[in-house]
Design a binder for this molecule. Structure first.
Ligand SMILES: *Cc1c(COP(=O)(O)O)cnc(C)c1O
Length: 373
């Protein structure tokens, strides 16, 4: 989880920024998706520290909300979270296991996603060696060419069903590449490829949809959906209605100054004042995950007033033009909105040519983090 926050009072903020994570909104989003997906179950995807929001806090909240399936990317993430889960809950490693990691995963009761026949054979061999049945999830590639058994490997496995005998195969799964574009023909094509692989292998239980896949409708839900983004308040495609925002990020003002006409601002002197200007220096920068590309185009917000960045974003600080606010409204220590009601992570992503996922997962470790709700 994030570093401990020593001074989390708005009035006594030591960190450069305050990151507020609304666990009630996370739970509401999860429950909303459960409603959409029913009777399918809904897992929590808590990889990458729950998309930067804190995997421990998020996992505990999802467990309390009834979630019993979790996905992470790496074994280390699963090992950290496993002790938080109740008896019978499943935590699976999407990237599969590196050679040599099988015993540690089995000891901890962690479920690998088998992404190749080699991984599946290694897991089956360990089960045979231990005279026990080990659980696994089998991933097939339905078109994304990233992870999972190729069609040739699916045929090979279909011809040697004894490979699965020592294993408890929880689900067959695959992953959608274009679900955030509901009309993209890849969605139907991947669905058809997935259904064909599932039939060929004779596997009953299946998991296919991520957040955007849930919004594609019942055909895509199968037995277990795997949303991440929507749980964390990101908008995925046009159909993300009913999803509540989860994060608020406020930056602390460290200094205020008035500069004369023709004074320059920041690295490279990329901004030059054409009049006397009032500036505020914020104690966050690109090392906190605030995109450097926003220097010429972004803004902070106070009282619904847009306060544009002046010049480049530095590593640990940046400056905004506060001339649109009454003199005296802001003081050193005041907080300004970077993410919140006036701009979302998706908005920042659109401005900087990326996706909200990247904005969230890069949120810095130096913020004071406060969980509410
Ligand atoms: C990250 C991931 C998810 C979650 O995707 P979202 O778009 O965040 O809902 C689901 N399945 C797999 C295989 C993933 O890698």
């Amino acid at each position: 989880m994030s570093a401990a926050c020593l001074a989390c009072d708005d009035h006594d903020l030591d960190a450069g920024g305050l990151l507020v994570i609304d666990l009630a909104a996370i739970e509401a989003n999860y429950r909303h998706l459960v409603g959409l997906a029913a009777p399918a179950h809904v897992a929590g995807v808590v990889k990458a520290d729950a998309y930067g929001l804190g995997a421990v806090a998020v996992t505990e909240r999802l467990v309390a909300a009834g979630c019993r399936h979790f996905f992470v990317a790496e074994l280390s993430e699963a090992l950290e979270l496993r002790p938080l889960l109740p008896e019978g809950a499943v935590i699976a490693v999407l990237n599969g296991l590196a050679p040599g990691a099988n015993a540690a995963a089995a000891d901890a009761g962690i479920v690998p996603v088998a992404n190749s026949l080699t991984q599946l054979r290694a897991w089956a061999a360990l089960a045979a060696e231990r005279c026990t049945r080990l659980s696994t999830i089998l991933q097939v590639d339905s078109g994304m060419s990233r992870l999972g058994l190729s069609p040739a490997e699916v045929d090979e496995l279909a011809a040697s069903p004894e490979l699965l005998r020592s294993l408890d195969l929880l689900f067959i799964m695959s992953h959608l590449a274009c679900a955030d574009e509901p009309l993209h023909p890849a969605n139907r094509a991947q669905l058809a490829a997935f259904i064909a692989a599932k039939a060929k292998l004779g596997i009953e239980r299946a998991s296919f949809a991520n957040s955007a896949g849930i919004f594609l409708g019942k055909d895509y839900h199968f037995d277990l959906c795997r949303p991440g983004a929507s749980v964390y308040g990101l908008g995925v495609g046009p159909a993300a209605y009913g999803i509540r925002p989860v994060v608020r990020l406020e930056a602390r003002i460290s200094q205020l100054r008035t500069i004369p006409p023709s004074a320059s601002v920041g690295y490279g002197y990329t901004f030059t004042a054409d009049r006397e200007m009032r500036l505020a220096t914020l104690s966050i920068g690109y090392a906190d995950g605030w995109p450097r590309a926003l220097g010429q185009i972004g803004a902070a917000w106070v009282d619904g007033v847009r306060l544009p960045f002046t010049g480049r974003i530095s590593m640990d600080s940046c400056t905004i033009d506060v001339g649109a606010l009454p003199d005296g409204r802001l003081r050193p220590g005041s907080l300004v909105e970077l993410l919140g009601p006036h701009q979302s992570a998706d908005d920042i992503a659109r401005l900087t040519g990326t996706i909200g996922y990247e904005i969230l997962t890069r949120l810095g470790r130096r913020y004071c983090r406060r969980y509410v709700g």
